[in-house]
Design a protein around this ligand. Structure first.
Ligand code: ATP
Ligand code: MG
Length: 336
């Protein structure tokens, strides 16, 4: 029997195809939770993607299909999870507008995730207002479908925290309407980039994608950041900030062998190429079945679009129900 008291919402921004960070940070939890909870939603966050890609709608549009394919190929099941497109549920936008009154500009500017992303994108004071306010829109994404569990990577924790402040404020002003939101973190809440950057990200181009070919995986692993002081195989090496070992720790199921390799590398006598070859095999083993399934789905775009279309239709019914309650709470239900 699945749990009926909680609902799960998760999503991706359609800004590029998905990578190993998404797999271990969020997708694996999506797959686990869809077997435990009756109501699971997967959202393609196209409106959120437009907040920093307003000048590139083509990119967002094309990636709606790509991120959906990635999730389906990785094992998010349309039988267990309702797939929908954010922009096609206009009630979310309506709820966002009401929630925007419950946050201050100062609080939005203080959100550490938004601050980091603004720096990364070089926005400064010229940040689009929609981008600065995306945590409010994200609160609406979660609340409109009654979700209280949100599988996310670590970078999203401040956004969930802000959503919970909105819940408290809304309930205090208009009566108990929304539940507290709990983020669900995985055992790898933040995957580092292949360049050693703190976060593998679509926007930083430092990732191994779920649809990379074997040759691409090979090339990227061979370029991976290891220990710059480890010049000859005989030198003793550092495993601490070494991305190859970080990835082996996460992806290699043979933990004991990895432990022995680390000892060997630290002692000296183990070359970078050897550990990289092992990682290539480990990653190919994980990505190959996803790649194969993706190729099959790619051949049938109508089925993929139908999954989004029927899921969106189902989601809208729920959204309309929530908005009836919300309008009543905010006293704007004039014609009911
Ligand atoms: P963008 O740069 O466009 O924001 P992104 O790579 O950050 O892209 P999102 O679509 O914003 O990807 O994130 C989707 C989900 O994947 C979120 O829950 C996010 O926390 C998680 N995620 C993204 N990158 C990582 C990572 N490197 N490690 C763990 N989780 C991640
Ligand atoms: Mg992101």
């Amino acid at each position: 029997m699945k749990n009926k008291n909680s609902a799960v919402l998760t999503g991706d921004r359609p800004t590029g195809t998905l990578h190993l960070g998404h797999l271990v940070g969020s997708i694996q939890n999506r797959i686990a939770l869809q077997d435990q909870y009756d109501r699971c939603f997967y959202m393609v966050a196209d409106i959120q993607a437009l907040t920093d890609n307003a000048d590139n709608p083509e990119k967002v549009r094309n990636n709606v299909f790509e991120v959906t394919l990635d999730n389906l190929a990785a094992g998010v099941s349309p039988q267990k999870t309702t797939f929908f497109i954010q922009s096609q549920v206009p009630e979310i936008a309506e709820l966002t507008v009401l929630l925007l009154n419950l946050v201050t500009l100062a609080r939005l500017k203080r959100n550490p995730t938004v601050k980091d992303e603004m720096k990364q994108k070089g926005f400064g004071e010229d940040v689009p207002a929609g981008f600065l306010a995306y945590p409010v829109s994200q609160a609406a994404d979660i609340l409109f479908c009654g979700a209280n569990l949100v599988p996310v990577g670590e970078d999203q924790l401040p956004v969930i925290e802000q959503a919970n402040e909105i819940v408290l404020k809304f309930n205090a002003l208009y009566g108990e309407t929304f539940q507290k939101i709990t983020p669900v973190l995985s055992t790898t809440p933040r995957l580092v980039g292949i360049d050693g950057n703190a976060k593998a990200s679509k926007s930083l181009n430092n990732t191994i994608f779920l649809n990379d070919s074997f040759e691409e995986i090979q090339k990227k692993v061979m370029m991976m950041y290891t220990d710059p002081e480890h010049i000859h195989a005989s030198d003793s090496g550092n495993v601490g900030n070494n991305v190859v070992f970080t990835y082996l720790d996460i992806f290699d199921p043979k933990k004991n062998e990895v432990r022995l390799l680390k000892e060997h590398y630290t002692r000296g006598g183990l070359g970078d190429v050897e550990i990289k070859k092992r990682l290539i095999d480990v990653l190919e083993h994980i990505i190959a079945p996803i790649r194969t399934r993706r190729r099959e789905l790619e051949r049938d775009p109508d089925t993929v679009m139908d999954i989004l279309k029927s899921g969106t239709k189902k989601t809208r019914v729920i959204a309309q129900e929530t908005m009836r309650k919300v309008r009543k709470a905010v006293k704007i239900n004039y014609f009911d």
